[in-house]
Design a protein around this ligand. Structure first.
Ligand SMILES: Cc1cc2nc3c(=O)[nH]c(=O)nc-3n(C[C@H](O)[C@H](O)[C@H](O)COP(=O)(O)OP(=O)(O)OC[C@H]3O[C@@H](n4cnc5c(N)ncnc54)[C@H](O)[C@@H]3O)c2cc1C
Length: 352
């Protein structure tokens, strides 16, 4: 069997592996991306980008930097594939309590929040929102599945895709790094939450979180803005919508559950009491590769620098991955520093 010299072997064709592979191919690098087509969080994710979240209405870290890069990136991909991947849509956040209202009003006064929050507290008689609503700006969602499908076809066309399970014991570090006939200069691990089983990177403090999402149709026309009321509601068409997502840190599997279905539908019915839903619904479960400090895990293994991790994008992959894949590409090509907040060496004391 002839050996094949390549620059990078990328493991995992989720959003992280896909955008990184695309970025490196654009930079004339020879890559192979391997995926087992098993549990892919990106394929079922909602792809929501929401710059201001949480009970304290806090801006996502570095959002002023990350968001324009992400939007430009998805626009560039849209031009290449002649297909739109990002849907820009206003998000209406339901204010849930008096305390929530006070927090929202405080943010409305702050200049740093003005690009993301409207100044009004709105009302809408079709929604249960006794404390009002605020329109959030610069929100929308990534069509993750169409994007990953387009990229997979692109990798196949460039002889850069292999459908296979990588067993870690088949990766050999001695002499020259290789997996089967492939001899990459580096291996980049992008296995999502499966990284917790990776013998070289499992020391990193991942905190995976299961989530479930429902896709359904209503019997009447639905509101055409995204809603956030603790859970979210995303209109996909006049009648079809998605709602999610649950957070479960204990039951880390990809089985759908009746408890999650109840939670999501009860929460939706509370905010939209007149909504009537067709009984056929689709329910999906996946696991977010979340980390202890909610920041990504990027960097070279401390003892085996030819092994690299690009992971830990948690619930914010759509916002973060475009910028960080360029950071990693710049590190690989020009030795540019990996941003400190995402560099795995912040946890060096945990490494073996
Ligand atoms: C319910 C839910 C809702 C979400 N909602 C949002 C959202 O609204 N907005 C947002 O930005 N993000 C959201 N996310 C998070 C988002 O999905 C992640 O940030 C992102 O998808 C992570 O992508 P990834 O490529 O790291 O992992 P994944 O998408 O999981 O990809 C990893 C891939 O590697 C493959 N793999 C693993 N091990 C091996 C191996 N040994 N050999 C071969 N292949 C392997 C897996 O099968 C998989 O295909 C959500 C996630 C979930 C689960």
């Amino acid at each position: 069997m002839d050996s094949m010299e390549i620059d990078y072997l990328i493991i995992g064709q989720g959003l992280a592996g896909s955008l990184l592979a695309w970025e490196l191919i654009q930079r004339q690098k020879k890559i192979i991306i391997v995926d087992n087509a098993k549990e892919n969080a990106s394929l079922m994710a909602a792809g929501l980008i929401n710059p201001v979240t949480g009970m304290r209405w806090v801006k996502s870290e570095n959002v002023d930097l990350l968001l324009p890069v992400a939007l430009a990136y998805y626009q560039k991909l849209a031009r290449h594939f002649q297909q739109q991947f990002y849907v820009e849509k206003t998000l209406r956040r339901v204010i849930s309590t008096e305390k929530d209202l006070a927090a929202a009003k405080k943010r409305q006064q702050q200049i740093a929040y003005q690009p993301y929050l409207s100044q009004n507290i709105g009302v809408d008689s079709t929604l249960y929102a006794p404390w009002g609503l605020i329109n959030q700006k610069q929100t929308g969602y990534l069509l993750c599945k169409p994007l990953l499908t387009a990229l997979k076809n692109y990798f196949i066309a460039h002889q850069a895709y292999i459908k296979a399970e990588i067993n870690y014991q088949d990766i050999h570090l001695s002499q020259q790094l290789h997996w089967k006939k492939w001899r990459p200069k580096h291996i980049i691990f992008c296995e999502g939450h499966h990284a917790t089983h990776n013998p070289w990177f499992s020391w990193l403090p991942f905190q995976p979180v299961k989530g479930e999402i429902i896709t359904a149709t209503a019997t009447q026309a639905i509101p055409q803005t995204i809603l956030n009321y603790g859970h979210w509601f995303i209109p996909l068409s006049t009648y079809q919508f998605r709602t999610g997502a649950t957070f479960d840190r204990i039951q880390l599997d990809t089985q759908i559950s009746t408890a999650a279905k109840e939670t999501l539908l009860t929460s939706l019915k509370k905010v939209m009491p007149t909504l009537s839903i067709n009984p056929e619904i689709r329910q999906e479960a996946g696991i977010r590769p979340t980390t202890l400090d909610k920041q990504p895990f990027i960097g070279h293994h401390p003892k085996h620098p030819e092994l690299i991790i690009f992971n830990g994008f948690g619930a914010k992959g759509s916002l973060q991955i475009p910028w960080y894949c360029q950071c990693l590409a710049n590190n690989l090509m020009y030795n540019q520093a990996i941003p400190e907040n995402s560099h795995i060496m912040r946890y060096a004391s945990l490494s073996l």
